[in-house]
Design a protein around this ligand. Structure first.
Ligand SMILES: Cc1ncc(COP(=O)(O)O)c(C=O)c1O
Length: 398
């Protein structure tokens, strides 16, 4: 008998793990499935990326190990992009690290800073790689619930002092997945200050920084005083550029912290494929041009779906950023049962709030990953399930 480790047993089921299987079964049975589950936009990757990748594939030099250093041109493009975008300069060699998607960096980060039993503060609902990475590294996760009444902000001042004293790491993510909440400058300033006071590494996940609407601009954590000492920031090419499967992102921060993460990764992987880094550099150099139309289309989808969902009886905000609608369910309707029913009876695939941790209960998430017509069709189907749920509830209480 091989005994599976306590750390692996402690991992909750990964939220997206069972969905592809159910979807396949329904599609095979002839169901018209509208997949609004994973945050995987339907836009094709930029032609700039495809062309650069094609060229790189023809050059055998790009087929070699990249190691953690990777492609100097990618480091340079990432550094230039951060400077253009946020006005902050980071050394491409020592203060930037290419990642196999930002998930790679976020999930491996706890290994760099936590010792057995140290606390890692994770938002809930939240991207599950934070919790998984913390558990695998032997940290004790402290779950910080994100609540509507606090604008879905992870407030360190609500974390007990005794926990803050044991905390080594806090994951903070705005624009947020799954709530699409954004952070105010005051919030980011006080969060940086709290991390400095308690010696907590602030892992700022900025995967959605360029998917912003209505003129909103998402800042870098490094725009706030003192952040350079205690923060690492994580960027992704997946969402802004529709390159989820290419697996490319990067971390930014001071050399000692980047160095520690580099050391961890040098034992577990050999860096992103160099040809992908070549493509990533090409895209970052022309980022505005590429992300503009993606941002506009997401805004169009949001504006199409929100009114239809509201008309169907749902309560939700119209988000300023990211690519999700975070939709409240009536009290007492379990999100997993609602999502399963919506999928099996109507083919509308959404993620239950509970998939992002128990504090996500009472909501479901719609990813704006398909065009306005299909989105509004899905919204109507979800509305039918909401009506049916309410009718049944009335019948049982009558
Ligand atoms: C909040 C957040 N951070 C990070 C990631 C990881 O992105 P990637 O690994 O594709 O760069 C995701 C992906 O869904 C996300 O939602």
């Amino acid at each position: 008998m091989i005994e599976i480790s306590a750390r692996v047993k402690a991992l909750p089921d990964y939220p997206l793990a069972e969905i592809p299987g159910i979807k396949r079964r329904l599609v095979e049975s002839g169901m018209d499935v509208i997949d609004l589950g994973a945050g995987d936009n339907d836009a094709p990757p930029p032609s700039i990326a495809v062309e650069a990748m094609t060229e790189a594939l023809a050059d055998p030099a790009y087929s070699k190990y990249g190691f953690q250093q990777g492609l100097p041109a990618f480091r340079q493009a990432a550094s230039d992009w951060v400077e253009r975008r946020f006005g902050k300069r980071f050394d491409p060699v020592t203060e930037i690290l290419p990642l196999i998607g930002s998930k790679d960096g976020l999930a491996h980060l706890p290994f760099a800073v936590v010792n057995q039993g140290d606390v890692a503060i994770v938002p809930e609902p939240g991207y599950q790689a934070y919790l998984g990475g913390a558990l695998l590294a032997g940290a004790e996760p402290h779950v910080a619930p994100l609540r509507r009444e606090h604008d879905f902000l992870l407030e360190l001042r609500r974390v007990p002092e005794a926990v803050l004293r044991r905390a080594k790491l806090a994951f903070v993510n705005y624009p947020n997945n799954p709530t699409s909440a954004v952070a105010t400058p005051e919030y980011l300033e006080r969060t940086v200050a709290a991390c400095r006071r308690h010696g907590i590494l602030l892992a700022y996940d900025n995967a959605y920084c360029d998917l912003t609407f209505d003129g909103y601009r998402a800042p870098s954590i490094f725009e706030f005083p003192g952040a350079a000492e205690i923060a690492l920031e994580f960027f992704s090419l997946s969402k802004s550029f529709s390159m989820t499967g290419w697996r490319l992102g990067f971390a930014v921060g001071r050399a000692e912290l980047i160095g520690a993460l580099t050391r961890v990764k040098s034992y577990v992987d050999t860096g992103p494929f160099l040809a992908v880094q070549r493509a990533g550099a090409a895209v970052l150099d022309r980022a505005d041009e590429v992300v503009g139309p993606i941002r506009k289309e997401l805004e169009r989808r949001r504006d199409a779906a929100v009114p239809v969902l509201r008309k169907a009886g749902f309560v939700l905000e119209s988000p300023k950023a990211a690519m999700y609608l975070w939709v409240a369910l009536p009290a007492g309707v379990p999100s997993a049962a609602f999502a399963r029913r919506a999928l099996e009876e109507t083919g509308a695939l959404v993620l239950p709030g509970s998939a992002f941790g128990p504090a996500g209960e009472g909501y479901f998430r719609i990813a704006l990953t398909t065009g306005p017509d299909r989105l509004t069709e899905a919204a109507r189907r979800l509305g039918r399930i909401l009506d049916a749920t309410r009718r049944e509830e009335l019948a049982t209480t009558a």
